[in-house]
Design a binder for this molecule. Structure first.
Ligand code: CMP
Length: 136
């Protein structure tokens, strides 16, 4: 597998609990490199645009409320097969279903307040990286 880039977000629940360092350590120790990073306090238009594909879902309003409730740590991760590798380190969206030892199993509160986001495809990674790091 070739070198890939993916977008990673440490979400407001994990930032609020001062878990940025512990989560970044998991990513780095898991073999991914942080090549760009910004702390972003998303406003409503920004969060709605980023999550536009979920606009029709019943949890959309609550998701936007949550993602605008505090700052997020936004990063570009690089590494071999980085998209799948990051998702493996994160664990399932619902922490109740996440494998033991994954980031969500250890740091997430619920399916919504689930500590981290990671791109789910090469197309999503390109869009999401361009969204937060337009110069890259
Ligand atoms: P994320 O990987 O950022 O992608 C979409 C987000 O929507 C997801 O993580 C969760 O934070 C949230 N989400 C997904 N499914 C549900 C659900 N069933 N109920 C509430 N929030 C959800």
């Amino acid at each position: 597998m070739a070198e890939q880039k993916t977008l990673s977000i440490v979400k407001p629940d994990a930032v609020g609990k001062s878990n940025i360092g512990k989560i970044l350590a998991r990513l780095e120790e898991g073999g991914l490199r942080i090549v760009q990073a910004r702390l972003v306090y998303m406003d409503r238009p920004m969060a709605e645009k980023f999550y536009a594909e979920h606009a029709e879902r019943p949890f959309f309003a609550s998701l936007i409320e949550f993602m605008t409730s505090g700052p997020s740590m936004i990063m570009v991760l690089s590494g071999e097969d980085a998209i799948a590798h990051n998702r493996q380190l994160m664990g399932a969206t619902d922490p109740a279903k996440a494998d033991p030892g994954t980031i969500r199993a250890d740091f997430a509160e619920s399916i919504e307040r689930n500590a981290v986001h990671g791109s789910d495809s090469p197309e999503a990674a390109e869009r999401e990286i361009g969204f937060f790091f337009p110069a890259s």
